[in-house]
Write a protein that binds this ligand. Sequence first.
Ligand SMILES: *[C@@H]1O[C@H](CO)[C@@H](O)[C@H](O)[C@H]1NC(C)=O
Ligand SMILES: *[C@@H]1O[C@H](CO)[C@@H](O)[C@H](O)[C@H]1NC(C)=O
Ligand SMILES: *[C@@H]1O[C@H](CO)[C@@H](O)[C@H](O)[C@H]1NC(C)=O
Ligand SMILES: [Cu+2]
Length: 326
Amino acid sequence: MPFCMLAVISCLIAWVPIVIAHGYVTGIVIGGTYYSGYLIPTFPYEKNPPEVIAWSTTATSLGFVDGTGYASPDIICHQNAKPGAKTADIDAGGTVELQWTTWPESHHGPVVDYLANCNGDCSTVDKSKLEFFKIGESGLIDDSNPPGKWGSDDLIAKNNSWSVKIPTTIKSGNYVLRHEIIALHSAENKDGAQSYPQCINLKVTGSGTDSPPGTLGTALYKDTDAGLQINIYQKLSGYTIPGPPLCPGGSGGSGGSNDSNTNTSSSGQPGSTTTTSALATTPVQATTSTYKQPTAPPQPPATPTSSAITLPSGLASNLLDGSYSF
Ligand SMILES: *[C@@H]1O[C@H](CO)[C@@H](O)[C@H](O)[C@H]1NC(C)=O
Ligand SMILES: *[C@@H]1O[C@H](CO)[C@@H](O)[C@H](O)[C@H]1NC(C)=O
Ligand SMILES: *[C@@H]1O[C@H](CO)[C@@H](O)[C@H](O)[C@H]1NC(C)=O
Ligand SMILES: [Cu+2]
């Protein structure tokens, strides 16, 4: 390997501690109740980590699942994910707000949400049997200035949070919500798209009867999908959001829900415009969330991540992100 290449690589390695801020869901707000996420900085290191509604994962580097993992169980709910022990109640038609750590602006891409019926207790479900149907999606919102404005940018603008509406028509039952950001900053390379799936357990109550057909997690994506192998640094004539089509009653467009929750100019909390808004703005500590929020992981300045993607070769940016790969 020529010396100049070695120099580039060591420089990239030096950047890693600064760039290492992909992200995970720290908390979830449903009907004014706050639930702790699976707190990556602490829970994996505890002998008896708190029981939460979020699925556990060993993705302690805040990494991703790339295109080589689309057929692996890791794509379902992240690396070595195991079901959360708890479940949050929600009415059909209700909104789930997922709060992320600061998402890196350079990691543009769609935000998608799926449900899968556990047909029983989600805390003991076999994830390889879960069949997911899509209930929300937001892809390319504005491409007038590539790489454009994406669902991920909308998420950042909403205080790094995302609201997804549970379809009113869905039948009652226990479901896994699979919420995912797909970062496309390296997706011009085969297998370069990065999935950041996050799962939580929900018990949905309503009078609906819908039971939409689903897709196994390991069959959601192919690395040749138009929305997964794509160069976002050029003007696009359109964008096909990955995964199966939105189910009837699902929510397209930005914000993941078809209601006033998408307006964040007043509170920055998309989930707060319901009748429970008084509670939502002052999150109630549920029994599952009596743990202190960890101090946020160090956030990178905007420039290092963008300088990473302006490196001349796709190889270089791959190496950078490959450092967190499992
Ligand atoms: C979204 O909400 C508006 C206003 O309530 C309604 O007219 C429209 O049909 C809804 N669209 C979808 C896709 O549900
Ligand atoms: C959002 O809310 C602000 C202030 O509450 C209001 O002025 C604005 O018109 C709203 N925008 C939309 C799109 O509803
Ligand atoms: C932004 O989100 C954090 C949780 O991630 C929350 O604690 C904070 O109150 C939110 N800020 C606003 C202005 O809503
Ligand atoms: Cu990254």
